[in-house]
Write a protein that binds this ligand. Structure first.
Ligand SMILES: *Cc1c(COP(=O)(O)O)cnc(C)c1O
Length: 445
C-alpha cells in the first residue's frame, strides 16, 4: 500500500472530523503508518513533526515504551468490564491518583470517555445537585465569550465559537455569555492582570443579577484553546472562585486541553491557587493513547446524590465504555511518567526555548502578537499590524500554512489566523528550532 492508494480508499468511504471533505479532492489525506516520539511517518517514508500533539492529546510521544508496556500487560489481563456493579484495579488506582494530584477538595472521580462527555457530566451534575438540594430555580449556565467546551449539544451550547455553534443554534439551550478576559484586547501598556481584573467586573455583575437561576460558571482556565489560544491572567480565576462562593454558584474548570502540564503547572488552576467544584479532564489524561475522561468533584456535591434509592436522587448518567480498563491503564502509565521524571521542571526549560524562538516573530509586519503560557505558544497573524485588521477568513491563510509546513515535514494546524505550537513534551531543542523555522518560512510565503 502506498499513500495514494490508501487516500483513495479513504475518500471512498470515510467522513473526517472538522473537515470540508471537498478540500481533499485535490489535496490528499495523509495516511500515517507509524509514530515514534514527536515524529509521524507515512507509507512513503515521509516524516512529520507533530507540533500540535495530534490535537493536543499526546504528552510523551507516539509509541511511548512505558505506556506501550503497561498496555501490553493490561490487555492480557482485562480489557474492559461493565463499570456499574463491577470495578477493577486500574480504575480504582487511577481515581486515587487523580484525587491525590488535583486541587484540594476534589475527592470524587466520575469517568466518561471523551472531553465533551465530561462537560455534559459536569453540567448535568451541577444542575442535578441544585435540584436535589431543592434549589429548583437554578437551571442556567454562565459561559465566557470565545470559549470552547466540545461539540455534543450540551457542550456546544456552553461554548462560544461561532464556526462550530451557529448552525445548530435552534437546538441549543440558552446560556448567559459573559465578556472574555482574552488579553489580546487589552489596552496598550495594560498588564494581563489589570485587563483580566477589569473584564471580571462584567461577570461579577452578571452573577449579582442572575445567581438565583444559575447552576454554574464554566471556564477554560488560563487559555481559551480552540478560540485561538487566547490567554488571560490567573487573577481572573481567583476572583471567579470568590464570586462563585459569594453567589452560591458552582465553578466548572474545563482543563481538558490545559491540564497535565500544558500551562507550566500540572493543572492551570494551581496558578490561581483555587479549587473548582468540578474539574473536567481528558485529552492528555491517557498520554494521547485512548479515549477517556474524568470529572473530579467534591464530597459536598457527591453527598447531595447519596441517599436511599427510592428518593430517586442518584446520578444515573452512563456511557458503555465508562472506566475502560485499557484507557485507565494508559492514564496510570502517563501519570507514572510525571511521578518518576521531572516533567514540569524539564518543560520549563523547553518553554524558555520556545520563548526565545518566538522572539523573531515579534517584529514581523504581519504578526500582531506572540503569546505564551507554559508549553503553548501562539502567533497572531494580521493583515495590518497597526490596526490589527485580520486577514479575511476566506483567504484561508491558516490552511496554506498547514500545507506548506507539511511539505517541509512539520504538522501545524493553525486556528484561523493563529499559528500555534503545542508539542509533545519529549520534543528536543533541535526539533523545536525546526518547528519555528518552518513556521517562519510559512508566514513569509
Ligand atoms: C477538546 C476539548 C473539549 C472536547 O473534548 P473531546 O474529547 O474532543 O470531545 C472540551 N473542552 C476543551 C477545553 C477542549 O479543548
Amino acid at each position: 500500500m502506498n499513500n495514494n492508494q490508501l487516500s483513495q480508499r479513504d475518500l471512498a468511504v470515510l467522513w473526517h472530523p472538522c473537515t470540508q471533505m471537498h478540500d481533499h479532492e485535490n489535496f490528499p489525506m495523509i495516511p500515517i503508518k507509524s509514530g515514534k516520539g514527536v515524529w509521524l511517518e507515512d507509507f512513503e517514508g515521509n516524516r512529520y513533526l507533530d507540533a500540535i500533539s495530534s490535537w493536543w492529546v499526546n504528552l510523551f510521544g507516539h509509541s511511548n515504551p512505558i505506556i506501550n508496556e503497561a498496555l501490553k500487560q493490561q490487555i492480557d489481563t482485562l480489557e474492559h468490564v461493565i463499570f456499574a456493579g463491577f470495578t477493577h484495579e486500574a480504575g480504582i488506582e487511577l481515581a486515587e491518583k487523580l484525587v491525590g494530584i488535583t486541587p484540594a477538595g476534589l475527592t470524587r472521580c466520575f469517568y466518561a470517555d471523551n472531553g465533551s462527555a465530561a462537560v455534559e457530566v459536569a453540567l448535568k451534575m451541577s444542575f442535578h445537585y441544585w435540584q436535589n438540594r431543592g434549589e429548583v430555580a437554578k437551571t442556567k449556565f454562565i459561559t465566557l465569550e470565545n470559549s470552547y467546551h466540545g461539540e455534543t449539544l450540551g457542550a456546544l451550547a456552553v461554548g462560544d465559537v461561532a464556526l462550530y455553534k451557529k448552525t445548530y443554534a435552534p437546538l441549543l439551550m440558552n446560556v448567559i455569555t459573559a465578556p472574555s478576559p482574552d488579553c489580546y484586547f487589552r489596552e496598550e501598556g495594560e498588564s494581563y492582570a489589570d485587563y483580566s481584573t477589569r473584564q471580571f467586573a462584567h461577570l461579577e455583575k452578571i452573577l449579582q443579577q442572575n445567581a438565583g437561576e444559575v447552576c454554574a460558571v464554566i471556564v477554560e482556565p488560563l487559555v481559551q484553546c480552540a478560540g485561538g489560544m487566547r490567554m488571560y491572567d490567573p487573577v481572573y480565576l481567583k476572583l471567579l472562585r470568590a464570586a462563585c462562593d459569594k453567589y452560591n454558584v458552582h465553578l466548572i474548570a474545563d482543563e481538558i486541553a490545559v491540564g497535565f502540564g500544558r500551562t507550566g503547572t500540572l493543572f492551570a488552576c494551581e496558578q490561581a491557587q483555587i479549587s473548582p467544584d468540578f474539574l473536567c479532564l481528558s485529552k492528555g489524561l491517557t498520554g494521547g493513547y485512548l479515549p477517556l475522561s474524568a470529572v473530579l468533584t467534591t464530597s459536598e456535591i457527591y453527598s447531595a446524590f447519596y441517599d436511599d434509592y427510592t428518593k430517586l436522587s442518584a446520578f444515573l448518567h452512563s456511557h458503555s465504555y465508562t472506566g475502560n480498563a485499557l484507557a485507565c491503564r494508559a492514564a496510570l502509565a502517563t501519570l507514572g511518567i510525571f511521578e518518576t521524571q521531572n516533567v514540569i521542571e524539564a518543560n520549563a526549560v523547553l518553554a524558555r526555548k520556545m520563548h526565545e524562538l518566538g522572539q523573531r516573530f515579534l517584529h514581523h509586519p504581519n504578526v500582531a502578537e506572540v503569546r505564551q503560557t507554559g508549553m503553548i505558544l501562539a502567533i497572531e497573524l494580521v493583515k495590518n499590524k497597526q490596526t490589527r485588521e485580520p486577514f479575511p477568513w476566506q483567504e484561508r491563510r491558516g490552511l496554506k500554512i498547514h500545507r506548506f509546513a507539511l511539505s517541509k515535514g512539520v504538522l501545524l494546524r493553525p486556528l484561523g489566523n493563529v499559528i500555534y505550537f503545542m508539542p509533545p513534551y519529549v520534543i528536543n531543542e533541535e526539533e523545536l528550532t525546526l518547528m519555528f523555522e518552518i513556521a517562519w518560512q510559512a508566514i513569509n510565503r
